[in-house]
Ligand binder design. Structure first.
Ligand SMILES: O=C(O)CCC(=O)C(=O)O
Length: 276
């Protein structure tokens, strides 16, 4: 018996590359988080927007708390063991009736983290369903190697390079419908994507991308890791720290450093670069 997941759930993750839904908090608690986010967006628009969406857990208490939520960490521990760190995070907010989508991709393609055994919890703060553009996964695709991705830089594609895999077996896709306060967890190599938000409400998801077991290494850039549980040693590791207050000077500084490192890694050899 694991800390949170059953043996069946762990086995399901091994076979399909994802697990969903998992309860993290109540709908009311998720709603309170969404309200806190709105207040932060209003107070600090330059620090939280579609072009500054990466690694908010390094600078804001709200995202730091979500990144350390015991139920998130217990589920992660059941999948990758008791010693792990967080590589990064992304706030994926899709506005009501907006055209933005995420093409079919595998997270591990450009991330530079090796080996490919890290996992991404995605926490819904608002309803994530077919109408609002939930994530869809291709079961078992994590068992194959990395597929060819074509950089499209398509305007409405919210991935950094608009990278896309073609000839995906879309008929096998599974939609991950989540209530506010629930999460999914996906493997870094599973093929996934999401459609535009056609609903009248925001679809807000916070992706912890990802938790990696001790010994994992960033092979394309600086090894900036936030230790989370156990003894998460990584080769050439620089330890990041949790923010003491929203946007204190140290927090701003370490988020800026992590975001620059990400940009250098994710846009390596790309023909152009976007603001995020
Ligand atoms: O939020 C989305 O629609 C996509 C997120 C995603 O691709 C990810 O978390 O890996």
């Amino acid at each position: 018996m694991g800390k949170l997941l059953t043996r069946t759930q762990v086995e399901q993750f091994r076979q399909t590359g994802f697990l969903s839904p998992i309860d993290v908090m109540s709908v009311d608690e998720a709603d309170a988080c969404a309200r806190r986010l709105e207040a932060l967006e209003e107070a600090y628009p330059g620090h939280l927007n579609p072009e500054n969406r990466n690694n908010p857990h390094l600078a804001f208490r709200l995202f730091d708390e979500l990144a350390h939520h015991p139920r998130v960490l217990d589920a992660v521990e059941d999948l990758i063991g008791a010693d792990f760190s967080l590589w990064g995070s992304v706030l994926f907010a899709k506005e009501p009736a907006s055209p933005h989508y995420v093409s079919w991709h595998q997270d591990a393609t450009y991330a530079g983290v090796e080996p490919h055994d890290y996992v991404t919890p995605w926490i819904a703060l608002t309803p994530s369903n077919r109408e609002s553009g939930c994530m869809s996964m291709i079961p078992g695709s994590h068992l194959d190697s990395i597929r060819a991705h074509r950089d499209t830089f398509a305007e409405d594609n919210i991935l950094t390079r608009g990278q896309a895999i073609s000839d995906v077996d879309v008929d096998s896709a599974v939609d991950l419908v989540l209530q506010p306060g629930q999460m999914s967890i996906h493997h870094c190599r599973v093929i996934h994507g999401s459609q535009p938000n056609r609903s009248g409400a925001r679809r807000i998801g916070f992706a912890l991308q990802g938790y990696a077991p001790a010994g994992s290494c960033q092979v394309l850039g600086e090894n900036l890791w936030l230790p989370v549980r156990g003894k998460p040693r990584h080769p050439r590791m620089t330890r990041l720290s949790r923010p003491r207050a929203d946007l204190d000077a140290a927090a701003i500084d370490q988020r800026r450093r992590a975001n620059q490192n990400w940009a250098d890694i994710l846009y390596r050899d790309a023909r152009m670069q976007r603001a995020y």
